[in-house]
Design a protein around this ligand. Structure first.
Ligand code: TRP
Length: 374
């Protein structure tokens, strides 16, 4: 029997291949090689899967119009896991995508804690500021809140109208089969998210064209339902939608293993951590693939695959393939010790955090350029 994925639960995936087979997610590998200057997360396999990425690759190759649409629940600190998605968004913006970026404040309001006002503050202070500092540009970027779609009434009505119409073509049984147990708040969030993904193709927002939704794999239930609904509304002639495409990235490993999560500060490096804090966290918590003693390590060598510092270098901080190979070989042979490996990461991480903190302060002046809808 197929298991369900709960997008509101704490998902920790052990075997991404198995999960992909079960849900029909295709391998991203072949596209990663063909894309222009693929981002490190694509090249090194953190982005592992997709649905219908072909039409996006084609749009990029032939400079045809396409949309990159994704959303975020404002929750706590912006950490390295969030940064990996942010960098993909910016990659697609640099390669011609029109960006639709949604703050899922209604979803957070209905499924978590906080007032809309508090959620908005987190979204701006933690998410938008970091996005801007990482390189997101206001041009071709439609940043909006689910609670506040647009001051252009024609657009706003189109979005909320779509939300109101979506339930017509799905049954409760189908939804339960996809999501497991549901609550009214979750059901509402589902329809809003489907509208988030489909509305860029409404006439008011530019009409039918390919839409890419890069997400963590916990969001796949929404993608499957959205694709089904896109098809049904197109067949019934109520709307015309190109089936949205998606990519899936692995969850970033938390420092101690498991998943990097905003609810546990010892699991993440936040982009607001100071260089000193980051160093302490890596030294103290980063799970090591090294051996119990120096002597044993020299004899048997380390295990890069399970080493958190190694993995952070691999998926984020050491883009140079040659250097990465040396680190791998030296660590595995026992020539490089855990302390030395961690120091390589710490040096890179501290430099990044220091520069990023400056960029984030400068980003404050640009916030208003993104607030076109509020
Ligand atoms: N549900 C997503 C999350 O938990 C947020 C979200 C809302 C979203 N609308 C979206 C993601 C549209 C992708 C596309 O983070």
């Amino acid at each position: 029997m197929k298991e369900t994925i709960d997008p509101w639960g704490k998902m920790d995936v052990k075997d991404y291949d198995k999960l992909s087979r079960e849900f029909g997610i295709e391998k991203f590998e072949s596209f990663a090689k063909k894309l222009p200057e693929p981002h490190i997360s694509m090249r090194r396999g953190a982005v592992f899967g997709h649905r219908d990425f072909g039409r996006i690759a084609e749009a990029i190759a032939h400079k045809k119009p396409y949309v990159m649409m994704t959303g975020l629940m404002p929750s706590g600190k912006f950490h390295l896991g969030h940064m990996m998605l942010a960098e993909q968004i910016i990659y697609y913006q640099n390669y011609g995508a029109q960006i639709f970026l949604c703050v899922a404040d209604i979803e957070a309001y209905n499924t978590r804690n906080g007032t809309l006002k508090e959620l908005r503050k987190v979204a701006i202070e933690e998410y938008l500021l970091n996005y801007i500092a990482l390189g997101l540009k206001p041009k071709n970027c439609d940043f909006y809140f689910q609670s506040d779609r647009s001051h252009d009434a024609r657009k706003s009505e189109a979005y909320y109208r779509l939300i109101g119409m979506l339930p017509k073509r799905v049954t409760f049984n189908e939804m339960e089969a996809i999501y497991g147990e549901l609550t009214p708040g979750k059901i509402m969030s589902v329809f809003i998210q489907v509208a988030d993904i489909l509305h860029p193709q409404l006439e008011e927002f530019g009409g039918p064209r390919p839409v890419l939704v890069p997400v963590g794999v916990d969001q796949d239930p929404h993608i499957r339902l959205t694709r089904d609904l896109a098809d049904r509304f197109t067949r019934s002639n109520d709307f015309h939608f190109v089936l949205p495409s998606s990519t899936y990235h692995e969850f970033m490993k938390g420092l101690k293993g498991g998943k990097m999560s905003s609810s546990d500060p010892t699991s993440y490096i936040a982009l607001t951590d100071t260089p000193a804090e980051a160093k302490t966290k890596i030294m103290k918590y980063a799970f090591s693939g090294g051996r119990g003693s120096v002597q044993e390590h020299r004899e048997k060598g380390g295990v890069p695959e399970v080493d958190v510092a190694y993995n952070m270098l691999y998926t984020m901080f050491e883009p140079d393939d040659n250097k990465m190979k040396h680190i791998h070989d030296d660590y595995k042979s026992g020539k490089m010790l855990t302390g030395e490996l961690k120091q390589i990461l710490i040096d890179k991480l501290q430099k990044f955090l220091e520069e990023h903190a400056e960029k984030r302060e400068k980003a404050r002046d640009k916030i208003h350029e993104f607030m076109i809808n509020s």
